[in-house]
Design a binder for this molecule. Structure first.
Ligand SMILES: *[C@@H]1O[C@H](CO)[C@@H](O)[C@H](O)[C@H]1NC(C)=O
Ligand SMILES: *[C@@H]1O[C@H](CO)[C@@H](O)[C@H](O)[C@H]1NC(C)=O
Ligand SMILES: *[C@@H]1O[C@H](CO)[C@@H](O)[C@H](O)[C@H]1NC(C)=O
Ligand SMILES: *[C@@H]1O[C@H](CO)[C@@H](O)[C@H](O)[C@H]1NC(C)=O
Ligand SMILES: *[C@@H]1O[C@H](CO)[C@@H](O)[C@H](O)[C@H]1NC(C)=O
Ligand SMILES: *[C@@H]1O[C@H](CO)[C@@H](O)[C@H](O)[C@H]1NC(C)=O
Length: 937
């Protein structure tokens, strides 16, 4: 580091370019740069390379045109963190472009600095440097969300020119003050944001604030403001924005503030009449006194009512209770009333009556959602001529929607959802031509909705009317005047077909037509929507067919719910992570029984979201690009009978917890990168297994004896692992392979009946898919391991076995004599082992045999004769010391000489001997050449 510094100063000394920038300030900036870590190289222009010497030209630096003093440093992170919606990649870029490290006190040399913005960087929990308090020229200081923590230094008191101070923190930063007295030094401050800074110990906050004469915008959201004893008079003379939201301000403080607002306190009253307050945001607090005492009966509000400037009253998420008092009708300048979630416990018609006077004339926005309102909507609604937003969601308002609603022609947002509204949608809705959002979902509305209702609403973007008993009646070729983005028609009767008019909606992002009696197949155009599609719910219909490619469907923030259909989602081009599909609605139990996402390009890990998928019986994730491990949380899949994970990149071991999935019939984890030993507990717990495939993984160790006790097992596929030891003698216990038992099939038929199901099994060297006919399959494939010892004679009791593949192991000894008893065998492969002896005569009894490979062993003697054995290609026997048909003629000649075949080497040499004789080579040459040939074998 110090070497670098020295170099830096050396170059400073040698470069003598005064390009307008003051030398000492240039040095100061270079030292600042030296101390920060700049992952995205944002300060690359801050260098002395040729042509860069003028620090006034550096990125983020603003100098005075005349004096060249540095006036401003704009060093905020240019990539603000995207909240929950940002993709990981974007947020990673944001993280990278954060400046980190230390802040060098060299900034003090910037004697004219009036603007410093370091917002959204990552200073990793260091305190705000004390020396900043000495940059007395500062007028704007923005250190918001820059990773500063611990105590805010009192030294800031010296920033007497400061007009703008933003120390807004991230909650986890734990930035705090013990005393706000330093604020009183900032006598010119206009904009103060200390949101998320812990002010719990600043008991003097109100006094200090009152002493700031120019304070206009005050943000103290989420500051744990301490309680202040009344009486209080908050000088509001210049305040325009007060945000005290989310402060857990309890009763007494709430009372205090409101008392402060009362004209009973003369001082306060006078200040209010002059106030320019526009927005009083007291949302997210816990005022829980009753409303009349603390608010509406106040003459102060009455005074506010007299003010010429319009105000917004925001009491969102408080715990205030009690009805709106009649006096509120005098607050003629109210622009917006946001009372959502206050417990008003009132008849909605009373409120309409109270506000129908002068309030209704100007009111822009009335939000009474979740206010425990009952009663019916009345025609007084028509008085609210300026109303742009009406929110009454989540109350118990009943009765019909009045026809007079059509007179609110300015309405842009109408939310009446989650009430008990009855009757039909009035035709007058068509007059609300400015309507953008219409939400009437979850009511008891009914009747026909047609073009006469929504045919004129050309600005409509959101039409959410799910959970009513509407019938949609529009002609299929209707072209709506709107471009809808969200359409919710859940549990409507939309008719059996997919509506073509949806096709015209190019901006659709959210579509819920679940449970709407559609019995069509999926139209291809459904997938032509823009890539911004986020939610599609087609569940609970009778939609059938394969889903075509949905490029957007698995993008990070999209969700599709196709449950309770008989849909096959496999073999599409779904790509990306599984989590959007599996992890949304985490608290709900999904009804889905079959999740078939096989054959897509899904990647990432298997998400840990199985708790809400307890109805799943079949999971098919095969043939994707999933990685990570098989999750132990999958044990909660109580109903699972068929688990297909093959052909992914899964690693790790098979988790013990899967032993809870005792109903598993098929476990296919083949062609992954799993390792460890084959768990013994599979034999103890998964007693219903019919198919166990662990092929092409990295399993090692022995084949556990216990495995053989799974009487139902029909297919055992352990191909291509690193298994050692011998083939267990207890294979006799594989009853399903020994005896045909029709009842075994029932379980499988059930799985098949439940939807799309196939097991993939390698038979006769080909990958075959089995559905219903899996019933008939019996296969054991242990090839491509390091198994040693003999082929246990017990194998010959597996009379139903059709496929037996033990090739590419280290097996020795002879082929069991009784192999011919396996009359069902269609495919036998013992190739590339060390088997010796002759081919048992009994093999000629295998009349179904259509695939045989005995090549590259030490077998000898004559190939028994049977229609089958001679019909195979000679390559099936090569690499042995065998003779007889179908081996080539020479072999046959050989046979003639050495019938019954004894000495292998001899037979071999004879062959070459003939060869040699034929070409009349001398024995000298032969003796050199022969070993080479033999070795190559
Ligand atoms: C300095 O220059 C900029 C751009 O050339 C101009 O916008 C600004 O008004 C100038 N300021 C002064 C103080 O001359
Ligand atoms: C600081 O920079 C951020 C990000 O560019 C910006 O949002 C903020 O308004 C700036 N602060 C000031 C005081 O200009
Ligand atoms: C703040 O100002 C006072 C008097 O103006 C001075 O004595 C003190 O050193 C200053 N503190 C800082 C941190 O600059
Ligand atoms: C009210 O405002 C006017 C004009 O801004 C000012 O002259 C007057 O002194 C103020 N009254 C009070 C009580 O602050
Ligand atoms: C509000 O105005 C009304 C009449 O317009 C007046 O009677 C009342 O005294 C005023 N109230 C306040 C607090 O200024
Ligand atoms: C195992 O499965 C049972 C139901 O079969 C379930 O109740 C239990 O929670 C599961 N155990 C664990 C540890 O998940």
């Amino acid at each position: 580091m110090s070497v670098l510094l020295v170099l830096l100063f050396l170059s400073l000394a040698t470069v003598n370019i005064n390009e307008g920038c003051i030398e000492s300030e240039r040095q100061a900036l270079l030292m600042f740069k030296h101390d920060v870590t700049d992952g995205a190289n944002r300060l690359s222009s801050w260098s002395l390379h040729h042509g860069h010497g003028d620090c006034c030209q550096w990125d983020g630096v603003v100098c005075d045109n005349v004096t060249s003093h540095v006036l401003e440093l704009h060093l905020a992170n240019p990539r603000p963190l995207l909240d929950d919606y940002g993709s990981d990649a974007k947020n990673e870029a944001t993280e990278r472009s954060k400046l980190r490290g230390k802040i060098n006190p060299s900034l003090l040399k910037l004697t004219h600095l009036s603007y410093l913005n370091l917002s959204q960087n990552g200073f990793g929990g260091i305190p705000i440097p004390d020396f900043i308090g000495s940059i007395e020229s500062l007028r704007h200081l923005d250190l918001s969300k820059a990773g500063f923590a611990s105590l805010v230094p009192n030294q800031l008191r010296n920033l007497s020119s400061l007009e703008y101070l933003n120390l807004r923190a991230d909650i986890e930063d734990n930035l705090y003050v013990t005393d706000l007295q330093w604020l009183s030094g900032l006598s010119l401050i206009k904009h103060l944001d200390l949101s998320d800074v812990d002010l719990a110990q600043a008991s003097n906050w109100l006094q200090v604030l009152n002493a700031l004469p120019f304070l206009k915008n005050l943000y103290l959201s989420c500051c744990q403001l301490p309680q202040v004893p009344p009486p209080i008079h908050l000088k509001l003379s210049s305040l325009a924005i007060v945000d005290l939201s989310a402060n857990d301000i309890e009763n007494s403080l709430g009372g205090s503030i409101f008392h402060g607002l009362q004209s009973k306190n003369k001082l306060a009253a006078t200040s209010y009449t002059n106030t320019s307050l526009k927005h009083l945001d007291l949302s997210n607090n816990i005022f829980n006194s009753s409303i009349p005492e603390s608010l509406y009966s106040l003459d102060s509000l009455h005074a506010i009512g007299n003010m010429t400037s319009a105000i917004n009253l925001d009491l969102l998420d408080n715990e205030l209770e009690g009805p709106i008092p009649i006096t509120m009708g005098n607050l003629c300048n109210l622009k917006s009333i946001i009372f959502s979630d206050l417990n008003l416990n009132q008849d909605v018609s009373t409120i309409l009556a109270v506000l129908s006077g002068c309030v209704s004339n100007q009111l822009d926005k009335l939000d009474l959602s979740g206010c425990h309102l009952s009663g019916q909507l009345t025609n007084q609604l028509r008085n609210f001529k300026s109303l742009k937003e009406l929110h009454l969601s989540g109350n118990s308002v009943s009765g019909p929607i009045p026809i007079s609603i059509g007179e609110l022609s300015s309405l842009r947002v109408l939310k009446l959802d989650q009430n008990q509204l009855k009757g039909q949608l009035p035709n007058s809705i068509e007059k609300l031509t400015n309507l953008e959002i219409l939400d009437i979902s979850t009511n008891l509305l009914e009747g026909v909705v047609s073009k006469t209702h929504i045919g004129n609403l050309s600005k409509l973007k959101v039409f959410q009317a799910s959970k009513n008993s509407f019938v949609l009646r529009v002609s299929p070729d209707w072209i709506p005047p709107f471009e809808i983005e969200l359409l919710g028609l859940m549990s409507w009767n939309v008719g059996s077909m997919f509506h073509l008019w949806l096709h015209s909606q190019k901006h659709l992002r959210y579509l819920d037509i679940s449970g709407s009696r559609i019995s069509d197949s999926l139209p291809g155009w459904l997938w032509n929507f823009s890539s911004s599609f986020q939610y599609l719910n087609l569940s609970h219909n009778q939609i059938h067919g394969q889903i075509p490619d949905i490029p957007w469907a698995m993008s990070v923030d999209s969700v599709i719910d196709l449950s309770f259909n008989l849909l096959n989602m496999s073999n599409n081009n779904f790509s990306g992570s599984l989590s959007p599909l599996l992890c949304y609605k985490l608290k709900e139990t999904m009804g889905t029984v079959i999740l078939n996402l096989g054959g897509n390009v899904l990647s990432g890990g298997i998400p840990d979201c199985w708790l809400n998928w307890q109805n799943l019986q079949v999971i098919k994730l095969s043939n994707n690009r999933l990685n990570g491990s098989i999750l132990s949380s999958m044990r909660t899949l109580q109903s699972i009978v068929s688990l297909h994970l093959q052909k992914n990149h899964l690693s790790g071991e098979i988790p013990l917890s899967l032993n809870n999935c005792t109903d598993l019939i098929i476990l296919d984890a083949g062609e992954n990168e799993l390792h460890g030993s084959i768990p013994r507990w599979i034999g103890d717990s998964l007693r219903k297994l019919v198919v166990l495939s662990l092929r092409s993984n990295k399993f090692s160790g022995y084949i556990p004896d216990k495995l053989c006790t799974i009487g139902s097992l029909q297919v055992l596929d352990l191909v291509d692992n690193n298994l050692i030891g011998s083939i267990p003698r207890r294979v006799t216990k594989f009853q399903a392979m020994a005896k045909f038992n029709g009842s075994m099939g029932t379980a499988i038929s059930y799985v098949i009946g439940a939807g799309t199901f196939v097991a993939t099994i390698v038979m006769k060297g080909q990958m075959l898919e089995f559905g219903t006919n899996l019933n008939l399959v019996r296969s054991m494939d242990l090839s491509n391991n390091k198994l040693s010892g003999e082929i246990p004679v017990e194998v010959t009791s597996l009379f139903e076995l059709q496929t037996l593949n033990l090739s590419h192991n280290l097996l020795s000894g002879t082929i069991p004599d009784r192999i011919g008893e396996l009359r069902s065998l269609e495919s036998v492969d013992f190739s590339v082992n060390k088997l010796s002896g002759s081919i048992p005569e009994s093999m000629s009894y295998l009349t179904f045999l259509s695939h045989l490979n005995l090549s590259f062993n030490n077998l000898s003697g004559v190939i028994p004769s049977s229609t089958q054995l001679q019909s195979f290609d000679s390559s099936c026997y090569e690499g042995n010391q065998l003779c007889g048909l179908p081996l080539p003629k020479q072999h046959s000649a050989n046979v003639a000489i050495h019938n019954g075949g004894g000495g292998n080497d001899y037979g071999f040499e004879m062959e070459w001997f003939y060869f040699g004789m034929l070409y009349e080579f001398g024995m000298g040459f032969w003796s050199v050449f022969a070993p080479v040939v033999i070795n190559r074998r």
